[in-house]
Design a protein around this ligand. Structure first.
Ligand SMILES: CC(C)(COP(=O)(O)OP(=O)(O)OC[C@H]1O[C@@H](n2cnc3c(N)ncnc32)[C@H](O)[C@@H]1OP(=O)(O)O)[C@@H](O)C(=O)NCCC(=O)NCCS
Length: 147
């Protein structure tokens, strides 16, 4: 696993595009990585972006190449982001996940997140909308580092 740099934006955009219906462009990802967001890349096959400020952190996106899913990359990336956010001083981490994405919800629950809210009709779908679950996890240094 290695930190994501702005120069990785094109590769990350490719991974994002094969993972989401509404892909983020390389320019958007480049901008995130030059304006305070942090990222990690695992095996060149998955990545996570998050931002931490004012004691709170937020996972912005997480994607794993379909050919490499169910091998633990997503879980490892999530735990590493939790540890890094904790090290940066954040006390809590939030994220939004589509209510119709059971794989991601299960991944985040496995990493200790629990439901904190609901945003109705948050994501645009080809037909209609999907709700977003807001998930929250308290950050505890010893726990997040797996000590
Ligand atoms: C969600 C995603 C990141 C999971 O990545 P992954 O590397 O396959 O996940 P892991 O192998 O680390 O799995 C970790 C846990 O997540 C859950 N999980 C992952 N994929 C799952 C699936 N298809 N069905 C049910 N649970 C799943 C399981 O609890 C799993 O633990 P287990 O292996 O002990 O059962 C990947 O499917 C993906 O990129 N999806 C498209 C983009 C997306 O939805 N991103 C998250 C929303 S921001």
């Amino acid at each position: 696993m290695r930190p994501a740099a702005p120069e990785d934006a094109a590769q990350l955009a490719r991974l994002h595009a094969i993972s989401f219906d509404r892909p983020w462009g390389a320019m958007d990802i480049h901008q995130l990585l030059t304006t305070g967001a942090a990222g990690l890349i695992a095996d060149e096959a998955g990545f996570i972006l998050w931002r931490a400020a004012g004691g709170e952190a937020e996972i912005l996106t997480l994607a794993v190449d379909p050919a490499r899913r169910r091998t633990g990359l997503g879980h490892s990336l999530t735990l590493a982001a939790l540890a890094a956010a904790t090290d940066s001083g954040a006390k809590v981490m939030f994220l939004e996940v589509a209510a119709d994405n059971p794989a991601a919800i299960a991944l985040y629950e496995k990493a200790g997140f629990s439901r904190a809210g609901l945003r109705k009709a948050y994501y645009v779908r080809t037909k209609g909308f999907a709700d977003a679950l807001v998930l929250r996890r308290a950050l505890n240094r010893d726990e997040a580092l797996g000590l």
